[in-house]
Design a protein around this ligand. Sequence first.
Ligand SMILES: Nc1ncnc2c1ncn2[C@@H]1O[C@H](COP(=O)(O)OP(=O)(O)OP(=O)(O)O)[C@@H](O)[C@H]1O
Ligand SMILES: [Mg+2]
Length: 260
Amino acid sequence: MASPHKIVFANEKGGTGKSTTAVHVAIALAARGARVACIDLDTRQRTMFRYLENRVATMKRRKIDLPIPEFEAFEYDTLARLGTQIERLSKDADFLIFDTPGRDDKFARFVATRANTLVTPMNDSFVDFDLIGQVDPENFKVKRLSFYAELIWEARKARAKSDGVTIDWVVLRNRLHNMEARNQLRMARAIEELSKRVGFRALTGLNERVIYRELFPSGLTLIDKGYLGQLGTAHVVARQELRELVTGLQLPDRYSERLV
Ligand SMILES: Nc1ncnc2c1ncn2[C@@H]1O[C@H](COP(=O)(O)OP(=O)(O)OP(=O)(O)O)[C@@H](O)[C@H]1O
Ligand SMILES: [Mg+2]
């Protein structure tokens, strides 16, 4: 049996929208009929796990059926235990989705090196960019790679050597504000330059929208049309941006017989 396609959301920088994006992608895939399992590696915050717990509670409370992935939090302290958990959840999954904490963490590194798709959401800010590359203060041209890019670079090299797999590294420009056209242009240029040097793909993620902050208690997502009540009216565009994000991830279609 083919092993699941592993999608890892990772950035040592906190608050870039890893958990929010991970949940939305997981639900989007589950809604298409793919078998999805999630592991939350953020043992402190457990945002993804709690989001999905809230979703289950909403399903029960409202007596409704919603697409829901398998989900677990990682609760142990050894890589071996994580390996066992991954193996168990892999049995019935097309996609395995990992959320990781916004700090350096050995479990996050472990799954990052085993990813098929590594998604690094970042805010359109040179503070966030600094983890990946340093820019010239006068003209914003990329001067050198930073440690996180080096780390991923090494991981990809090791992976390609050990089992010939290329990790598709996607840097997601996330939480974009429509108001900041000039900054967006500068970031776009810097990211494009760096993407060529480091070999990641730059993708546009989710826009900054209040709705993303309000969905957590109910565990609902933008996909849950018809259940969002007053939240749901003005978000056709947001759903479209989520669809484009999932398309942009270029996930394998070997599960297409189950995808509708
Ligand atoms: N697209 C968005 N629009 C508006 N708010 C957002 C968006 N994405 C995330 N947020 C909000 O930003 C905060 C951080 O988001 P989230 O928890 O998803 O980030 P994270 O990268 O997982 O953070 P951490 O590194 O702490 O795990 C939360 O309050 C969340 O509701
Ligand atoms: Mg998080």
